[in-house]
Design a protein around this ligand. Structure first.
Ligand SMILES: C[S@@+](CC[C@H](N)C(=O)[O-])C[C@H]1O[C@@H](n2cnc3c(N)ncnc32)[C@H](O)[C@@H]1O
Length: 325
């Protein structure tokens, strides 16, 4: 079909699109199994998932929601607009599925400890308002039983794809979420504040950039007790901008709606710069904890030739942030 636009909320119920997408996922030809899922799980393993009330935005068939439930989350509310995706979703006693459009979906303040989203938020036109709502759900002052406090369930295991690296999640104080960044001062590109940046190997063979802010928390001392955490992956802004055949990036500064052909014509996605995403997070009271760009190693690209293109430009942006109040 041509000449038709397909918004994210209805896209995954389009039979032509869904056939292509499911084939991609079934055959492992996408970026999910090799790049996105391992990187997402590496971040989630550093969080006190046990006992947490989790919300998964754009859950699809529930892979991430079920991994978190198996890791000990007390309750996972998994939200998606697609009837077809939800109809095929994997069932788990602690996962509740809800059909809703993320454009308007809302929850009471303080009702979540952890919000996650895997490769869905680039379909949402107004990310800023969604992040504003998310900040309220994660509001620390209104959360009843922060994980890691007395009364929360015991530690559980995170199931890592492949199973080999599974390790227990400690019921640790939430303030030890992630590793404290080592101090290294440089000018911030997003507002002139001092930002600490540390590069280290990432789960995916690339590097993780850990970012910490503020002048008084060097080495992690003085970090506030963690509020609720937000972890999400999106199509990398380099991809959503416009990528020419030669892999050059174009129109990066022009944020907003894009129409792309992906199995079908007219697939609508929304481009935002990294600075704009970070700015929205900060505006709504989030402290940025980590930015990762999962990339294939040379070995992965050799073993899975469909990944080779992703060494030329990053396919995924993975962000972790937390509410501090
Ligand atoms: C690429 S899939 C990812 C699914 C799942 N998170 C995963 O990683 O397997 C994107 C999902 O976002 C959902 N989605 C897109 N736009 C949405 C919207 N406005 N409201 C709710 N769900 C939406 C789609 O229905 C689809 O299931």
């Amino acid at each position: 079909m041509s000449g038709r636009s397909r918004d994210g909320a209805g896209l995954y119920d389009d039979p032509d699109f869904l056939d292509g997408y499911r084939h991609l996922r079934r055959t492992g030809q996408g970026i999910n199994d090799e790049l996105e899922i391992p990187a997402m799980d590496a971040v989630l393993r550093t969080l006190p998932v046990a006992g947490a009330r989790v919300v998964d935005l754009g859950c699809g068939e529930g892979g991430l929601a079920v991994r978190l439930a198996k890791a000990g989350a007390a309750d996972v509310l998994a939200v998606d607009a697609s009837q077809q995706m939800l109809a095929a979703a994997v069932q788990h006693p602690r996962v509740r599925y809800q059909r809703a459009d993320l454009t308007t979906f809302d929850l009471p303040p303080g009702s979540a400890d952890l919000v996650v989203s895997s490769m869905a938020l680039h379909y949402v036109e107004n990310l800023d308002t969604l992040l504003a709502r998310t900040a309220h759900w994660l509001s620390r002052s209104e959360r009843k039983h922060p994980p890691g406090e007395a009364g929360s369930p015991p530690a559980a295991r995170v199931v890592v794809p492949g199973g080999a690296e599974a390790r227990p999640i400690e019921r640790e104080p939430a303030s030890s979420w992630g590793e404290a960044p080592r101090v290294g001062r440089e000018p911030s590109s997003s507002g002139g504040e001092v930002t600490r940046v540390e590069r280290e190997p990432s789960s995916s063979g690339g590097e993780v950039t850990r970012v910490g802010r503020g002048a008084s928390s060097g080495g992690g001392e003085g970090l506030p007790r963690a509020g609720g955490a937000l972890v999400f992956s999106v199509e990398h802004p380099v991809m959503t901008a416009a990528v020419a055949v030669d892999c050059g990036v174009d129109d990066y500064a022009d944020e907003g709606r894009r129409e792309r052909t992906w199995f079908v014509e007219g697939v609508v996605k929304y481009h935002r710069t990294i600075g704009s995403i970070v700015g929205s997070l900060r505006r709504h009271g989030f402290q940025l904890e980590l930015i990762d760009e999962p990339l294939p190693t040379r070995e992965q690209a050799a073993a899975h030739p469909h990944l080779a293109i992703h060494r030329r430009r990053p396919p995924i942006l993975l962000v972790a942030a937390r509410r501090t109040s």
